[in-house]
Design a protein around this ligand. Structure first.
Ligand SMILES: Nc1ncnc2c1ncn2[C@@H]1O[C@H](COP(=O)(O)OP(=O)(O)OP(=O)(O)O)[C@@H](O)[C@H]1O
Ligand SMILES: [Mg+2]
Length: 623
């Protein structure tokens, strides 16, 4: 067969095959063009999921008649002034989008520059270009794409239901909107408004958070931590969700590189690394991260729809993300998600008030997320000081009602509140963010009084977290403290299990558990980690055996520390169902205050819930 050059229409259609896969990809290109033109408001309308009509209207710089005639030609672009593909300052750079769209649809462009008093129109049908002619229209550009893929009907067969296609377009618009909060966006399917985002105000972080809340949801606003870091000219900013605010998939992890939404496995991996201590394997963080780096550090010309980029130094970027996220999470201290308290209160509240409740009580600055439900950790006193201060305030006998004894109801109520004994908890409560333990309920929940509310702690989840954090620290510091058992304990189990446990003796010793094989199917336990307190040795070894069976031989225990510690904590002194005295409860609260990340357990569930007095008052209709 003779070798020949393909006709231009066919060349454009081939290019279109890569650039325009479905209506949403055309929407992406057109909205990007509007952003590049400096638009402040972009309105998109779809009919039939974009199949019969896509309209993108902007108030950007507009085009002259000469621009109009040129812009639909292949490789015509105004965005590469230096001829340098590594100096890209716009979303577009190839001059391919409009000719591609024009080759597979009926395309009409109407545009007016800001200093012209009339608009011009140009039409392209299946690749055949008309002449610019005068038209009616305000400043900016209006692009209409009719009958997408009419020139390449095979493509039509791949389109999904209009609703699905509209949803894809909404997704594209939302992503671009997250990167450009100062621009107003709307999407309508002709009858319904699908996206409606007003231009956000305030400084960069405030604008972004506002926009993110608009896209991801109001709850993100209350549960987001700001992130800001810089390394070797690469700047990372953004908002990340508290671990307790998590999702079943990673779809709400957004990455933007120089204002461009991208998908990048590097991000997913880095986020997993940063959150690994705080989330179960099947839960995912919600976040939006913005990387800004010199154009030379990143290649954006690697994907037909520009959905991926390549970093020159991806290890540097990954390291920056992991460390910035860890830092932000650590700075959050033991703050837990607001959704828990909101959910609980929401269920108990009369209808209609809920929406009002979800509004944070305080204006959010760039510090983010200081809603009514959270608190800012005070500077941490040293452990010794706290314990001493606490001991000094604790009246004889503690301030909680010992389990089983009824409060003395015959005394006038104020009598119980008067005197120095009642003063102490109030003073202590003011000093300790998690308050003073007042009671233990159902052998599982510690109820504490804080300066302006109450805190309910899940003692088991909290203890599990503490064991983990302490274990991690101890390992980093060179060793886990152990306590010898008065009488070594023999634990019997099936032979395979015993062998598995025995094979890990050395690793377990590093974690504070000293064991040795003791004949077939038996393990002798000599020492246990001191931080477990009184522990159920038999239960612990048996559960560890199960854990090891599940783990297989491939992974070191240190790599599954969260799980191992979880198992250990289950048999420690503060497990669920164990009655605690006042001292033990308060000790637990004080430890939580001093321990980073103690607001959630190893699986991303909260360890405590705080209710402010004013919210409790609302519950009872007092406010
Ligand atoms: N909404 C708009 N407002 C003003 N000018 C526009 C608009 N859309 C397109 N243009 C002009 O038309 C040119 C061609 O647009 P097109 O999208 O085809 O290519 P590009 O944006 O330069 O690169 P890419 O193919 O990577 O998107 C642009 O460079 C720009 O000068
Ligand atoms: Mg473009």
């Amino acid at each position: 067969m003779p070798l020949r050059l393909l006709p231009p229409t066919l060349i454009n259609q081939i290019a279109a095959g890569e650039v325009v896969e479905r209506p949403a990809s055309a929407v992406k290109e057109l909205v990007e063009n509007a952003l590049d033109a400096g638009a402040r408001r972009i309105d998109v309308t779809l009919a039939d999921g974009g199949r019969s009509l896509i309209v993108v209207q902007d108030d950007g710089a507009g085009m002259t008649p000469a621009d109009l005639a040129l812009c639909v030609e292949r490789h015509a672009t105004s965005k590469l002034p230096t001829d340098d593909l590594f100096d890209i300052g716009f979303l577009g750079f190839r001059g391919e989008a409009l000719p591609s769209i024009g080759s597979v649809s009926r395309l009409t462009l109407t545009s007016r520059t800001r200093d012209s008093d009339s608009a011009w129109r140009l039409t392209v049908e299946g690749g055949a270009k008309g002449e610019p002619e005068p038209a009616a229209g305000g400043p900016g550009t209006r692009v209409e794409v009719r009958d997408l893929f009419y020139a390449t009907p095979a493509r039509l067969k791949f389109l999904k239901a209009p609703r699905t296609e509209t949803q894809h377009a909404a997704d594209v618009i939302n992503r671009l909107a997250m990167a450009h909060p100062e621009v107003a966006f709307s999407l309508s399917d002709g009858t319904r408004s699908v996206v409606k985002l007003g231009a956000a105000q305030g400084d960069l972080f405030a604008r972004r958070l506002d926009r993110l809340a608009g896209v991801i949801g109001r709850e993100f606003f209350d549960n987001a931590l700001p992130v800001e870091a810089e390394r070797e000219g690469i700047r990372l900013t953004g908002h990340i969700g508290l671990p307790t605010y998590n999702r079943g998939n990673a779809q709400q992890q957004y990455l933007f590189v120089n204002g461009r939404p991208v998908k990048d496995r590097l991000l997913t991996g880095a986020v997993r690394g940063a959150y690994q201590d705080f989330l179960a394997h099947d839960r995912h963080a919600v976040l939006a991260l913005y990387l800004d780096l010199p154009p030379r550090e990143v290649d954006v010309n690697v994907h037909p729809a520009k959905a991926e980029v390549r970093f020159r130094d991806s290890a540097l970027v990954r390291g920056l993300i992991v460390s910035a996220l860890r830092h932000a999470l650590a700075a959050a201290g033991h703050r837990a998600s607001t959704t828990v308290a909101l959910g609980a209160l929401g269920a108990a509240r009369p209808e209609g008030e809920e929406a009002e409740m979800r509004r944070p009580a305080l204006p959010l600055g760039r510090s983010g997320g200081q809603a009514a439900w959270s608190w800012t950790p005070p500077p941490r006193p040293a452990a010794g000081d706290l314990a001493a201060a606490f001991a000094a305030q604790a009246p004889q006998g503690g301030f909680f009602e010992p389990a089983g004894r009824l409060p003395n109801l015959s005394a006038p109520p104020q009598a119980r509140d008067a005197g120095p004994a009642a003063e102490a908890p109030r003073r202590a409560a003011a000093e300790h963010p998690l308050g003073v333990a007042r009671a233990q309920l159902h052998g599982t929940y510690i109820v504490a009084q804080t300066a302006d509310g109450i805190v309910i702690v899940d003692q088991h989840a909290a203890h599990e977290r503490l064991v983990y954090e302490r274990m991690k620290q101890a390992l980093a510091d060179g060793g886990v403290a152990r306590q010898g058992l008065l009488l070594p304990e023999v634990v019997e189990m099936d032979e395979a299990d015993a062998d598995r446990v025995a094979a890990r003796a050395e690793e377990l010793a590093a974690l504070g558990l000293v064991i040795e094989p003791f004949g077939p199917g038996s393990i002798l336990v000599r020492e246990v980690p001191a931080l477990l307190g009184d522990c159920d040795v038999k239960g612990l070894i048996r559960d560890l055996a199960d854990e090891l069976a599940e783990l297989g031989e491939a992974l070191a225990l240190k790599d599954r520390l969260a799980d191992v510690c979880g198992t250990m904590a289950c048999h420690g002194s503060v497990r669920a169902g164990r009655l605690l005295n006042a001292e033990e409860m308060n000790a637990l609260l004080r430890q939580m205050e001093m321990t980073p990340h103690s607001g959630q357990c190893n699986h991303g569930r909260p360890t405590y819930v705080e209710l402010k007095l004013k919210d409790i008052e609302r519950l009872f209709g007092r406010r």
